[in-house]
Design a protein around this ligand. Structure first.
Ligand SMILES: NC(=O)N[C@@H](CC(=O)O)C(=O)O
Ligand SMILES: [Zn+2]
Ligand SMILES: [Zn+2]
Length: 379
């Protein structure tokens, strides 16, 4: 990896609680080197895939995150507790020997999921949520739900009993609804009625992209409604899809929105609300599956996500709020203990690799070839 050294300006000294930043250590150039110590973050929305791709990407997430909610949209999808247990085993095998990373498994909801499967999931101790993909909404969602209220109410009622969160890809699939409006329409036509019907169901709106979602989550009951936020929806707006030509590596679902939506999401997360937490939605696809006539949706952010979140909070003058977003709000919502270990981020400008090469092909990371200021570091 090439290191492009850009020295931090002394005026960049941050106004933070003294414990969080250690300005005493000097870089070899004699300038202050800024450090940020955080409780180990977790990733509450992650695609680890399987097979070769799993082997390739698992170490990247395990390096930075303590735990991750692992999405079940494999081929075939992880629809049973038995499949989730087996998938968990293969993830553990793909981790570096010294890794403490804990995968938190999820089940893929279908029209046929039985209430008993939820009981089994809860009993297993390794399944922490159930994921709703409206059929056809996103990558590998073809086996998803076609009619939530018609087919899934008994399962959802069992989830209330078992205190099992429902994670939602919140977009309608009606081709007549404009692609930029699909999240808002989903809120109005599915989520609002769902909450009316089952107010004690814990719901996470995954990868929110609009000010409508921000307002909706803020207006929900604390502890019952929350949202994950990706680095791309905090940093990029929809212009990034077309900057200098079509940019397949900025294409994900829900698709990037206009700047006003991005700003609303930034204000929400940097404002310190407990309802928003880190979920990278890191979604690797081999390069040629993105750079082709019908490219896949998904941005590979795992290696750069922490640097990007730090950039967003720093630019908003809210680095003091970063730790709650990366490390507290998620476990608090899920009713899990916060991590006890720490991770350090250092201001040490570094170029993001242009690509990661594996035997099966290449994966292009988010911000490929660009320089990022904050780097997680390991002693
Ligand atoms: N976000 C994406 O664009 N893609 C995800 C699926 C998803 O999270 O919707 C994937 O699995 O590739
Ligand atoms: Zn999704
Ligand atoms: Zn996802």
């Amino acid at each position: 990896m090439i290191n492009t050294l850009v020295l931090p300006r002394p005026s960049e000294a941050l106004k933070l609680s003294s414990k969080k930043i250690d300005l005493s250590r000097k870089s070899k150039y004699g300038r202050p080197r800024m450090e940020l110590t955080l409780t180990q973050p977790d990733d509450w929305h992650l695609h680890l895939r399987d097979g070769d791709m799993l082997q390739a990407v698992a170490p990247h997430s395990a390096k930075h995150f303590g735990r991750a909610i692992v999405m079940p949209n494999l081929k075939p999808p992880v629809t049973t507790t038995a499949a989730a247990v087996a998938y968990r085993e293969s993830i553990l095998k793909a981790l570096p020997a010294d890794s403490n990373f804990t995968p938190l498994m999820t089940l893929y909801l279908t029209d046929k999921t039985s209430p008993n499967e939820i009981k089994l999931a809860r009993k297993s101790g390794v399944v922490f949520a159930v994921k709703l993909y409206p059929a056809g909404a996103t990558t590998n969602s073809q086996d998803g739900v076609t009619d939530l209220f018609g087919k899934c109410l008994p399962v959802l009622e069992e989830m209330v009993e078992e205190n099992m969160p429902l994670l939602v890809h919140g977009e309608v699939t009606d081709p007549n609804v404009d692609v930029f409006d699909r999240e808002k329409v989903f809120i109005d036509t599915v989520l609002q009625p769902l909450i009316q019907r089952l107010p004690r169901l814990k719901i996470v709106m995954e990868h929110i992209t609009t000010m409508d979602a921000v307002r909706f989550v803020e207006s929900g009951k604390e502890g019952f409604l929350a949202a994950t936020v990706t680095p791309q929806h905090l940093i990029l707006n929809r212009n990034a899809l077309f900057q200098g030509g079509l940019q397949p590596h900025n294409y994900c679902l829900p698709v990037l929105k206009r700047e006003t939506h991005r700003q609303a999401i930034v204000s929400a997360v940097t404002g310190g609300s407990k309802r928003f937490f880190l979920g990278t939605d890191s979604a690797p696809h081999e390069r040629l599956r993105k750079e082709c006539p019908c490219g896949c949706a998904g941005i590979y952010s795992a290696p750069v996500a922490l640097s990007l979140y730090a950039k967003v909070f720093e630019e908003a003058g809210a680095l003091d709020k970063l730790e709650a977003f990366t490390s507290f709000n998620g476990p608090d919502f899920y009713g899990l203990p916060r991590n006890t270990s720490k991770i350090k981020l250092m201001k040490n400008p570094c170029k993001v690799p242009d690509s990661f090469s594996f035997s099966f092909g290449n994966i292009i990371p988010m911000f490929a070839g660009e320089t990022l200021q904050w780097q997680p570091c390991f002693s």
